[in-house]
Design a binder for this molecule. Structure first.
Ligand code: L5W
Ligand code: ZN
Ligand code: CA
Length: 558
């Protein structure tokens, strides 16, 4: 059965009159014509109608009232209604109306959603919906229609590829200008800069979809490119790139509700802690902007175990309470604690002294019983559950790793033989300065089923297979010349110093030695001399100086 005249619409009848009116005067605009149509409709029914016009008054964006006399059931009948009233709704006869979805709500109303397209390409933002009441009477038609979308479009065939559109979009926001000044006119430099900016915003989501984009009454075939990232600033860029000449038609940053937030979570040991997070596009990230850094403290989760940096650790309600999130919770909170230690104790702003971002990745590898600083960031394994729990669960381990970064930016102790053992020892000694609770390293995550043990001890290195005197120095090719073994000797000297003069004076002497007097090839004797010099600088040649001398005499280093 042909359904053409099945629906006897109020609007359809009224519209004919309004069109005649428009044609006759030649000056009546769409709004006036629509209002006239509305008047006609009102005169034909006792119901009330309301209409809201779009910004440039070229089409209604919200029409409500009793819009059909007869019941409308199903997409076919709704489409027919639209067809019959296309003049009122300003539907472009050359563009297609595509059904998207039908939803019935709890009030018994049905909502038919459509969008406009031209040659199969969706018209951006053209979603409109026909609403019927419980009885099937059309009660509203809402949404945006772009009249003349097809007519004002120059071409419906894209010359530009998706990839090229994304490249153009990156260039247009030029994130590199924060770090490198690039003249906009220098195309080569710009391209380089765009690569640079992209490398600085890893973990970015990039999407591009071909759309018809109507701007200033003109429709363009364009790629709607979305670039989402957090660094260097949160971005959710919406960029419309002309699909023929690559020019940017329109762009804006749609980051909503972005900002620092206070979250919480449970660490590896189940302890509650507060977290500095960041809300961006409805997700909370382990991204701490609260410190006076040039960068941030940011925490990632390794994708498939081994990628670095992995994806940003996030949570939808700022409660990082799942078991899987615990490693990230601790890595994030402890990185901040160690940052605070260096900043508050020595005025050192991050590991480079210049406020660099501190990045951590957790869940690295598979049952990986280790953690490391890779020259750029900290990386933590989960442990195998027997030898280690997830390694970020210990503040002293985090302090150990971040101190490797500090050493790398200060003394630069090479990681072999005595300088390497000294490097290891600095990380162990500073982990005690930071944690201030014992002389053990890693006790909180080492052998989770056995209590009382640890990985190393400053007070008793031999208990963990390390020498505590030069007489027992281990000559080996393994472990870069036994850096994790012979560190027991300077570790014991560190313990002796702390015991003699207290942790507050000891840490000042150590930091001064590390940041001023030690260099890449410093050996144990150099360390003794550097610490003595620092003690003299800070406290003169008194008890502190003598305590340092005795500490190293005790381990056979002169
Ligand atoms: C455990 C993970 C790394 C051992 N790194 C270490 O040089 C480790 C500190 C805590 O010795
Ligand atoms: Zn180490
Ligand atoms: Ca400890």
């Amino acid at each position: 059965m042909k359904k053409k005249k099945l629906i006897n619409t109020v609007a359809g009848t009224a519209l004919a009159a309004s069109l005649t009116l428009t044609g006759m005067t030649g000056t009546v605009n769409a709004e006036e014509a629509g209002n006239n149509a509305l008047q006609e409709m009102k005169s034909m029914t006792t119901s009330n109608f309301n209409v809201v016009w779009n910004k440039n008054k070229s089409a209604p964006s919200f029409v409500s009232g009793k819009l059909s006399k007869q019941q409308v059931h199903g997409v076919g009948q709704v489409k027919q209604y639209l067809e019959e009233n296309k003049e009122l709704f300003k539907l472009d006869p050359d563009s297609d109306v595509t059904f998207v979805e039908k939803k019935k709500d709890e009030l018994g109303m049905t909502h038919y959603k459509f969008m406009q397209s031209v040659d199969g390409v969706p018209v951006y933002g053209s979603a409109f919906t026909v609403h019927t009441n419980k009885k099937g009477i059309i009660s509203a038609v809402t949404g945006t229609i772009h009249p003349k979308a097809a007519k004002t479009m120059e071409s419906s065939k894209a010359e530009l590829s998706k990839r090229d559109a994304i490249e153009e979009a990156w260039k247009s926001i030029d994130l590199s200008k924060k770090e490198t000044k690039v003249k906009k006119t220098d195309k080569k430099e710009l391209k380089k800069a765009s690569k640079l900016s992209k490398s600085g915003v890893k973990n970015t989501a990039e999407k591009a979809e071909l759309v018809v984009y109507s701007n200033d009454g003109q429709s363009h075939l364009a790629y709607h490119v979305e670039l989402q990232f957090i660094y260097p600033d949160p971005g959710n860029w919406q960029i419309f790139v002309d699909a023929n000449d690559g020019s940017v038609i329109d762009s804006y940053n749609a980051v909503t509700d972005a900002g620092a937030a206070n979250g919480y979570g449970y660490g590896v040991l189940g302890d509650y802690k507060q977290l500095n997070t960041y809300l961006s596009n409805g997700y909370y990230f382990l991204y701490d902007v609260t410190n006076p850094m040039n960068g941030v403290i940011e925490t990632f989760t390794a994708e498939n175990g081994s990628s670095l940096p992995g994806y940003r650790s996030s949570d939808s309600n700022n409660a990082f309470t799942s078991g899987y999130q615990a490693a990230a919770v601790d890595a994030h909170a402890y990185a901040d604690q160690v940052y605070d230690y260096y900043y508050n104790t020595f005025g050192r702003n991050s590991y480079d002294g210049n406020g660099a971002s501190i990045r951590s990745t957790v869940h690295y590898g598979n049952n990986y019983n280790n953690a490391f600083w890779n020259g750029q960031q900290m990386v933590y394994g989960d442990g195998d559950g027997t030898t280690f729990a997830p390694l970020s669960g210990a503040l002293d381990v985090v302090a150990h790793e971040l101190t490797h970064a500090v050493t790398g930016h200060t003394a630069g102790l090479v990681y072999r033989d005595q300088p390497g053992a000294l490097n290891e020892s600095m990380s162990d000694v500073f982990s005690v300065f930071v944690e201030r609770q014992d002389y053990l390293l890693g006790e909180d995550v080492y052998t989770p089923y056995r209590s009382g043990d640890a990985l190393r001890s400053l007070s008793n290195p031999p208990a963990y297979g390390q020498p505590e005197h030069m007489n027992d120095y281990v000559y080996t090719n393994a472990d870069n010349g036994g850096v994790h073994t012979n560190s027991g000797i300077p570790n014991k000297a560190g313990y002796n110093t702390i015991e003699s003069i207290g942790v507050a004076k000891a840490e000042k002497i150590y930091y001064r030695a590390l940041s001023i007097y030690l260099g890449p090839y410093s050996n144990f004797s150099d360390a003794r001399a550097a610490l003595l010099q620092s003690a003299a600088d800070l406290y003169g040649y008194g008890s502190e100086y003598n305590a340092v001398a005795d500490a190293w005499n005790n381990v056979g280093v002169y």
